[in-house]
Design a protein around this ligand. Sequence first.
Ligand code: GDP
Length: 195
Amino acid sequence: MKVNSVELVISAVKEQQYPNDPFPEIALAGRSNVGKSSFINRMIQRKSMARTSAKPGKTQTLNFYFINENFYFVDVPGYGYAKVSKKEREKWGTMMETYFSSREELKLTVLIVDLRHKPTEDDFLMYDFLKYYDIPVLIIATKMDKVPKSKRQKQLKVISETLDIEPEDRIVPFSAESGEGKEEAWKAIRSYMNV
Ligand code: GDP
């Protein structure tokens, strides 16, 4: 897919700041440092539009990127960073709950995991949380350039079994480094919205 325009419309901390228009939204979630910003930047063909992981102490926001004046990517703060205070974690939880429990424009969440590793407990909890709210999930297994071809199928199986993914959800292997998987990821994302 060709991305002609990208605009960071708002970094929202509360519901009143979410965009007030009918465009479909695709949320992007993943553990800190998994490669979420690199995924976004590769997909939208920008070098550093999405910033690398928010450092602890920095305000955690939902970043709404308006793409091709047609739909939004909603970048969700990464989870699983050990040094986050309890208060910060609670704030994050409230923000997640608010957005994911009732956002009508949300069509899909892209959950980014690392193809090299078994998903963490936090990955499992995130998938479970999304399924609790009946949100379709596309799993992107990134950093595939770091996994030899002969081992990729086995790793995909480990991810699928560890997350206990539902039959309607798919996994797409991806590399932000090489761009492999990009068109397949777009195809999957587009199938959830009418753009
Ligand atoms: P975020 O915290 O989830 O946004 O993670 P980043 O996008 O900042 O990536 C974390 C680190 O992983 C960086 O050093 C990236 O260069 C690296 N990285 C991300 N995606 C890939 C990938 O597909 N292949 C390789 N080899 N490295 C990657």
